[in-house]
Design a binder for this molecule. Structure first.
Ligand code: AMP
Length: 430
């Protein structure tokens, strides 16, 4: 079977790596891919959002399954175009991708189908939004409706901060038309966790739970990033809580989408806040999380191709997936300056030492090559992902591997996994 993966980050490297282990997969392409992906797949010089070129490639190359990594092509309707051309694709159509593409759509759907989430109001008028903020008082969360590269959510600790956020989004149009509508939301306090499922619109298969680290600095300090690390499993999501999430969030969502005539085939990612033991939805994404995909796919024991193909074909009921009985930790190495502006083209040293190291993968996020050497080409550069008997062991292996890697200005968090380790220590003492 020929498979095309769309995207070029750490998530796509993890997808390509896991797909390459399937005996069913005979040829792997990635568009556009990156320097790490090019070692295991043929990378194509096609951008992830160049839908017409991608569908033509899939047609003429006879691609059996296309797997979409990032959200932008999904919200732009790549699956609709592929389906029209009778090409199989893993990822929801534009109607399903609104779950991520429009916060207003997601909130309205949750309200309609009784899915627990923060109380909110939607505004198209700046003055009305400002009035509401003054009435409500802080803390509040201000969210641009549309896609804003992970930057459209602002947690305001004071009313002034909330009003500044409204000005930024609605008046200064910092995120363009993504800010035409704004959600002003109650600020929830609790513990965050990510929960992903595969669904073909009828059957739901939960994936191993994970937790990411959004801010740039240790102890959750500093500005938000695309994600500086993640681990799986997470002690926050117990078996009982998983049942709760399936019952109160995932099942009503799938039923709701069915009633709305949305035929969803892909991943649903629920970003959750666990408040006093109860799960609330902060956001839905319509694709695998990045970096979460890296530790989660490292732990997947069964064949990823079979699961993704069955999802795309509406046959997920025939699939059972299994997980390694290990934990996994992914630490992201980023360029100096990230998440602000950063330099590119710095030589990355030490990766060859880590090749073929058991239970360790260095997934590439933003890399290229120059004169035969790997160089940085993005804000997030590498995702060093290790397996271990426990989160503590996996963390140790990941950080030992990082000591071998170097590029100018390399920055990373030192505390990935610590929350889980602290929790495990507490619970083993109880
Ligand atoms: P989102 O893109 O909606 O997940 O928001 C990004 C981050 O903002 C989340 O991972 C949370 O840390 C935070 N966040 C979003 N909504 C809320 C909320 N209602 N209460 C508290 N924190 C939130």
């Amino acid at each position: 079977m020929k498979v095309l993966v769309i995207g070029g980050g750490g998530r796509e490297h993890a997808l390509v790596w896991k797909l390459s282990q399937s005996s069913r997969v005979t040829k792997l392409f990635c568009a556009p891919g990156n320097a790490g992906i090019s070692k295991i797949a043929e990378c194509l010089n096609i951008k992830a959002d160049d839908i017409s070129v991608l569908v033509n490639f899939a047609k003429y190359e006879g691609i059996d399954l296309t797997v979409v990594g990032p959200e932008a092509p999904l919200t732009a309707g790549i699956a609709d175009v592929f389906i029209k051309e009778k090409r199989r694709i893993f990822g929801p159509d534009a109607s399903g991708a609104q779950l991520e593409g429009s916060k207003v759509f997601a909130k309205e759907l949750m309200l309609k189908y009784g899915i627990p989430t923060a109380e909110y109001k939607m505004f198209t008028s700046y003055l009305h939004a400002e009035e509401y903020v003054r009435l409500k008082g802080a803390p509040l969360v201000i969210k641009a409706d549309g896609l804003a590269a992970g930057k459209g959510v602002i947690i305001a600790e004071t009313a002034d901060e909330a009003i500044n956020a409204l000005k930024l989004i609605m008046k200064e149009k910092a995120f363009g038309s993504a800010g035409n509508r704004v959600v002003v939301e109650q600020c929830l306090k609790g513990e965050e966790a990510s929960f992903m499922v595969l669904t073909d619109g009828k059957t739901v298969v939960p994936l191993a739970a994970s937790q990411d680290h959004k801010t740039i600095f240790d102890n959750d300090k500093g500005p938000n990033t695309g994600g500086m690390g993640a681990y799986s499993p997470t002690p926050v999501i117990t078996d009982q809580l998983e049942k709760d999430i399936m019952h109160s969030i995932i099942k009503p969502l799938i039923n709701g989408m069915f009633k709305e005539k949305i035929n969803y085939r892909g991943v649903i990612y629920a970003g959750l806040m666990i408040c006093k033991g109860k799960p609330y939805v902060l956001e839905f994404n319509c694709r695998f999380g990045d970096p979460e995909a890296q530790p989660v796919l490292m732990r997947l024991d069964s064949d990823l191709f079979d699961a993704l193909k069955a999802t795309a074909y509406g046959q997920l009921k025939n699939i059972k997936i299994s997980w390694k009985d290990t934990a996994s930790v992914c630490v992201v190495l980023a360029s100096k300056g990230y998440p602000g502006s950063y330099e590119k083209g710095d030589i990355i040293k030490g990766l060859d030492v880590l090749n073929n190291k058991k239970d360790l993968m260095v997934f590439h996020s933003g890399t290229g090559t120059k004169n035969g050497e790997f160089v940085t080409s993005g804000g997030r550069v590498l995702g060093v992902t290790a397996l271990g008997k426990s989160i503590k062991d996996a963390k140790k292996s990941a950080y030992e591997a990082i000591e071998k890697i170097h590029f100018s200005g390399m920055q990373y968090r030192k505390d990935i996994g610590d929350k889980a380790i602290r929790k495990t220590v507490v619970s083993s003492k109880q």
